[in-house]
Ligand binder design. Structure first.
Ligand code: HSE
Length: 435
């Protein structure tokens, strides 16, 4: 390595699970990483909440800064690794300041890129810097690189992905144990798989941030989180898994995006035979559809220090080789406005609907009357068991229908005296479909 150019000087802001692991890797695996990067990778400075914490590496030759913004002012820092997180606040201030000051930025912050990606990519362009975020999407799966590089020659037609390990773990466990959402969530929190404040995960927000980023790269559009449809997994009950299974489906939180359509993150039913239906536990998966490639499936660990630091290291190596590329694969001026495109909308799908109704004569007539009024065509209907006078589940699958129209009908059904809870409705996505 004698002819190697100068080392790449790195500063890390945030030493949590991922930032700490990146630091440990840079220190412990200096030689193989230098070989991969073509030059030495030198961690020169860090900033985190507490200097006193033992993070399993020596701080002897690394400078400590109380404020992450101090890292930007250092002349000897080439690249800042932003591991603070959050769509607003210090992380965004740091990223803006770093790019304006000519420093490359590598971030795992999906919320920041989904909300401010266009502005930050413009700043990167104006200042000839790289802005890289492989670790923001699906942890260890190289989903960003797959789109930006490996599939760059394709016309992308569709993306579908399981992009949140916490939700996939909860849904898998609910299906396998028959427990309800609240019990599995509590258990997952106890085991450290779910955050104490779980809403970002279970309400689909984290996964939708990732989908927003992938859709921007795949379809050449500005990342626009506000345009996405975001639903989580809270409404699913143990009984839904039984019905879904009976109908030949599995319940998953899946993100789907296609050109000219609103990206949608929804709890849905997938045919048992589909690839994504087989992805269980904390794993993530992304299916890429493009022309001429057909479909490509990537599965792997979507979270955790090891998986996510692997993605950060890949970005560092790209910066070291001066091959960071454009954040969204093309100049910002060429990215389309998602909301201004003609035909943007939500694709019609078949739906699974569960009503909790009193088992008494005439209930079906009320329900089907409303369906008829809204021209909603039912494909199948199941009522399990017989419990006169008690509340039972009544499950239907519909033919393709706009979700707004379906919800109008379901809202009307809620006011029927025999319908005892707000209906649950989930789209049914076809198996590994094109377009
Ligand atoms: N909390 C996420 C998950 C990982 O459960 O997959 C970080 O986005």
């Amino acid at each position: 390595m004698s002819e190697m150019s100068t080392s790449l000087k790195i500063a890390i802001a945030g030493l949590g699970v991922v930032g700490g692991e990146v630091a440990r890797q840079l220190i412990k695996r200096q030689q193989p990483l230098a070989l991969a990067a073509g030059r030495r990778l030198e961690l020169v400075a860090v900033s985190a909440r507490s200097a006193a914490t033992d993070r399993g590496f020596s701080m002897d030759r690394i400078d400590w800064h109380d404020s992450p913004l101090e890292l930007v002012a250092r002349d000897d820092v080439d690249v800042i690794i932003e591991m603070i997180g959050g769509s607003e606040g210090v992380a965004v201030d740091l990223t803006r300041a770093a790019l304006k000051n000519g420093k490359h930025v590598i971030t795992a912050n999906k919320a920041m890129i989904a909300h401010h990606g266009t502005e930050l990519a413009s700043l990167a362009e104006e200042n000839n810097c790289f802005l890289l975020f492989e670790s923001a999407v699906a942890g260890g799966i190289p989903a960003v690189k797959t789109l930006r590089e490996g599939l760059a020659g394709n016309e992308m037609t569709r993306l579908a992905g399981i992009l949140n390990g916490t939700c996939n773990y909860i849904l898998t466990t609910m299906e396998q144990t028959g427990q309800d959402f609240a019990d599995v969530l509590a258990e997952a929190q106890h085991l450290g798989y779910a955050e104490a404040e779980p809403s970002f995960d279970v309400d689909g927000i984290d996964a939708a941030h990732k989908l927003t980023i992938l859709a921007a790269i795949a379809f050449g559009q500005k990342p626009d989180f506000a345009a996405a449809l975001v639903q989580g997994i809270r409404d699913v009950s143990a009984v839904d898994f039984t019905f879904a299974n009976q109908l030949g489906f599995r319940i998953k939180l899946v993100g789907v995006a296609a050109p000219g359509q609103v990206p949608r993150m929804q709890t849905c039913l997938l045919p048992l035979s589909s690839q994504l239906a087989k992805v269980n536990g904390v794993l993530n998966a992304v299916e890429f559809y493009g022309e001429p490639v057909g479909s490509v499936l990537a599965i792997g660990p979507g979270a955790g220090g090891g998986a996510t630091s692997s993605a950060v290291l890949a970005d560092i190596i790209d910066v070291a080789h001066d091959r960071g590329g454009m954040p969204f694969g093309r100049p910002v001026a060429q990215l389309a406005d998602t909301t201004d495109q003609p035909g943007v909308g939500l694709a019609d799908t078949p739906f699974y609907v569960r009503l909790m109704v009193v088992d008494e004569p005439g209930v079906l007539a009320g329900v089907t009357g409303i369906l008829q009024k809204h021209m909603i065509s039912v494909e199948s209907m199941i009522q399990q068991g017989r419990a006169p006078g008690d509340v039972v589940a009544l499950v239907m699958t519909t033919h393709e229908i706009a979700s707004t129209k379906l919800w109008q009908a379901l809202d009307e059904m809620t006011s029927l005296p025999s319908v005892k809870a707000r209906p649950v409705a989930m789209p049914i996505f076809a198996a590994d479909q094109e377009g």
